[in-house]
Design a protein. Structure first.
Length: 143
């Protein structure tokens, strides 16, 4: 955050259901709720499993890897993002299965540089002392 203007975008308000997710992000870990009954993870965080309806959940660290499922390159910024355009809003299919809406961080936010199924990895953006946002960046192919 040093040298950058203060974050002006909307900030999440952690709830009891989402607190482990935000605490994990602040610690540099992508956390997902996993159902103990059906053994499946889900996202977004909530108090019951969307797959089987069970309420017995545990938090586990995800790999932080995934692929681009869908994206849009935004040229008309939301309030607080005027100095960030263009930026990429993406749905990432996590290696564990769930999909999450996030930002794709790239120096070249163009259709030529981004593709569906492109491998990505999580990065963490500490936008305030309290809130760190998980975002994703392209993974370079091995040479």
């Amino acid at each position: 955050m040093s040298g950058e203007p203060p974050y002006r975008g909307a900030l999440p308000r952690p709830t009891p259901e989402t607190r482990p997710y935000w605490d994990g992000a602040k610690a540099g870990r992508l956390m997902l709720p996993w159902c103990k009954a059906c053994a499946r993870p889900h996202f977004y965080p909530r108090s019951i499993c969307p797959h089987c309806g069970a309420a017995d959940l545990e938090w586990r660290q995800a790999s932080g890897r995934g692929t681009v499922y869908s994206y849009v390159i935004n040229h008309k910024p939301a309030r607080g993002f005027e100095d960030k355009v263009p930026y990429v809003i993406a749905v990432i299919a996590l290696a564990e299965g769930p999909r999450m809406l996030t930002n794709l961080v790239t120096d070249t936010p163009t259709p030529e540089a981004i593709r569906i199924d492109m491998p990505v990895e999580v990065v963490f953006d500490a936008v305030t002392p309290e809130i760190t946002l998980p975002k994703f960046r392209p993974v370079e192919a091995p040479r």
